[in-house]
Design a protein around this ligand. Structure first.
Ligand code: SAM
Length: 350
């Protein structure tokens, strides 16, 4: 097994079977072996810098009904909210003063935010904060909408593909949602010029080691600038309420494999990882991640953007979150930096 990791480190491609054997057979010793290499590689491109992204969860209305998600349309117990443009600008001001140079606007697929409204919000943020990068994460849209957002100044787009296996996708989503469309969106975003982030949940219901192996093959093909992964965690008001959560160990192992597969990639250590273990985010960095995404949403709405149960940091002010994460990163020898944190040498690597 170590030999497979050595091959990955040397830049060689692994077959799906080889990836699957690593994923189904790893233990703590192999993880340590992997993390030593993934950290060395991350350090080569990004030193011990950790980029911060200020996450603004601006709406929890969603027209979709993904079976795993706490803000799915059918969840009548979700208390819905929307932030106004002024609310969003206030979050950015607060974030800017705290040293954030990337803002991420994330929300459910909410038709209330027409293209016109989105373009207005995007251009206001880019005019108000010209030295900041703006990431959108608002789901599947048409080419025209993506282009309009890009032309208004959006720099990056996060759209987790959720799984690289179309059969698996159909077990996680209602029939109206199409795997192929989601994948097409990712290629579309890339062709428009966005820095693109895809991603998936680790341990989602019905997922196999082969599926996870397929993820790595897919990533190698798409060559995204960012990859967001985190453990699946059940939400009590969804059809998957009784499903087991993904494990921290497997999520960390996947982070390490992603770093070796795409050395240059921006890789967040996610809130979901911090939710299943108190030191999850630190461990994510020590497995090869280099991004954290503290919450900038107003505290009054934090608990309402509940994708899964027991989500952490729902009561803390932005400044507290920022300080807490800085201390956590310092405790493991890493530095939170005030930087846009773009993907290194994309032309060379992508
Ligand atoms: N609507 C946008 C979209 O579709 O990309 C962005 C919001 S969506 C809620 C953000 C991500 O949350 C999803 O891509 C999914 O991977 C993750 N997520 C949703 N429910 C989850 C759960 N129960 N456990 C872990 N992650 C979850």
């Amino acid at each position: 097994m170590k030999e497979l990791i050595d091959r990955l480190e040397a830049g060689q491609e692994l077959s799906k079977e080889e990836y699957a054997s690593l994923i189904s057979g790893f233990d703590s010793q192999l993880s340590e072996y992997l993390f030593e290499k993934s950290c060395r590689l991350r350090q080569k491109f990004y030193r011990k810098d950790v980029y911060i992204r200020g996450l603004i969860e601006f709406t929890n209305y969603c027209k979709n009904d993904c079976l795993y998600c706490g803000i799915r349309r059918s969840n009548k117990n979700a208390e819905r909210y929307r932030l106004s443009k002024d609310d969003i600008m206030l979050c950015c001001h607060e974030g800017y003063d705290l040293g954030f140079r990337t803002f991420v606007l994330q929300g459910g697929e909410d038709p209330y935010y027409t293209d016109e409204k989105m373009v207005d919000i995007i251009s206001s943020i880019k005019t108000g904060f010209p030295d900041c990068a703006l990431t959108l994460s608002v789901g599947e849209k048409t080419h025209e909408s993506y282009k309009a957002f890009f032309d208004a100044g959006a720099d990056r787009y996060l759209l987790r593909h959720e799984t690289a296996n179309p059969m698996h996708y159909s077990k996680l989503h209602p029939s109206g949602l199409s795997w192929q469309n989601r994948i097409n969106c990712l290629y579309d975003l890339k062709s428009i010029g966005y820095q693109v982030g895809c991603g998936f949940m680790v341990g989602s219901p019905y997922q196999t080691a082969e599926d996870l192996a397929q993820e790595l093959i897919f990533l190698k093909k798409l060559k995204p600038h960012m990859v967001g992964i985190g453990p699946f965690i059940a939400h009590h008001d969804t059809p998957f309420r009784d499903e087991k959560s993904g494990t921290m160990e497997l999520t960390l192992f996947m982070l390490g494999l992603i770093r070796l597969t795409l050395p240059y990639v921006l890789l967040p250590s996610t809130t979901a990882l911090g939710t299943i273990h108190p030191l999850g985010r630190e461990k994510g960095i020590l497995a090869g991640a280099n991004v954290i995404m503290p919450n900038l949403s107003p505290v009054s709405v934090r608990k309402k953007y509940l994708l899964y149960d027991n989500k952490i940091c729902t009561g803390d002010e932005a400044a507290e979150c920022r300080q807490c994460l800085q201390n956590r990163m310092k405790s493991i020898g890493y530095n939170v930096v005030t930087d846009r944190g773009d993907c290194v040498s994309p032309s060379m690597q992508l």
